[in-house]
Design a protein around this ligand. Structure first.
Ligand SMILES: [Zn+2]
Length: 236
């Protein structure tokens, strides 16, 4: 993954901010974590710094970097649906076109959330820690387009994920960035809904074809051998 990508976006923090001795390390591959973006919260949900591993692509909030076992448990527990010998999990893809395009406006980054966002490579590494080998990775078109649509709208509105946050009642006009910003976001969302939806279908359609979709579904099998051959199959 190109280092230069972390510099796009107006609120991006310098790359060097993450590279300190004893600083946080990637729970999937052990490489140093670098600051990727800073997201804005509102109300009780504060601004967050999101780190990203330039080696395997994992994205994780700076104040909630889990240890390797915790990260593997979070991935399999929060996203996964267990079967007898297999696990299927669906997750936002940190190595997607929409994560790159949206950066701090990526729809998968919800205010105040502490969840890690995997890439296919980091998911493979974390699943191997739980004795799981990745069988298939699908890039899901419809959920990816919905997330791309929200990401494009986020580039235009003051509040991230404005429509879903407002409809759910988590964001009220008196909170966030004020009543004027709220009113403008209502107007922008209504006016831009159709054009951004068309763009989302086109961009995400191409991203899925390039296997850079915004939502991935991973099928993993429990390995019979505890020596974890999946982690030996490819160099880290
Ligand atoms: Zn990593």
């Amino acid at each position: 993954m190109a280092l230069g990508r972390v510099n796009q976006g107006s609120r991006t923090v310098s790359l060097e901010a993450g590279a300190v001795p004893g600083g946080p390390r990637c729970p999937a591959c052990g490489a140093p974590l670098f600051v990727w973006v800073e997201t804005r919260g509102w109300g009780p949900r504060e601004d967050q710094v999101i780190d990203r591993c330039e080696n395997c692509g994992l994205a994780v909030p700076r104040d909630a970097v889990p240890d390797p076992d915790g990260a593997a448990a979070e991935l399999t527990g929060s996203h996964g649906a267990d079967a007898a010998d297999r696990l299927t999990l669906r997750a936002p893809n940190a190595a997607s076109v929409q994560a790159w395009l949206g950066a701090e406006n990526w729809a998968a980054l919800r205010p105040g959330e502490r969840e890690l966002k995997p890439s296919p490579r980091s998911a493979e590494l974390l699943l191997a820690k739980r004795g799981l080998g990745v069988g298939r990775v699908r890039h899901l078109a419809a959920p990816g387009m919905a997330s791309m649509w929200q990401t494009l709208l986020n580039l235009l509105t003051f509040h991230r994920n404005f429509a879903s946050e407002a409809i759910s009642g988590r964001l009220r006009p008196s909170e966030g960035r004020g009543r004027a910003a709220y009113a403008i976001d209502v107007m922008v969302t209504v006016l831009a809904a159709v054009p951004t939806a068309i763009l989302a279908v086109l961009i995400e359609g191409a991203a899925v074809l390039a296997r850079r979709g915004g939502v991935i579904e991973i099928e993993a099998n429990f390995l019979p051998d505890p020596e974890r051959p999946a982690s030996d199959a490819k160099p880290a």
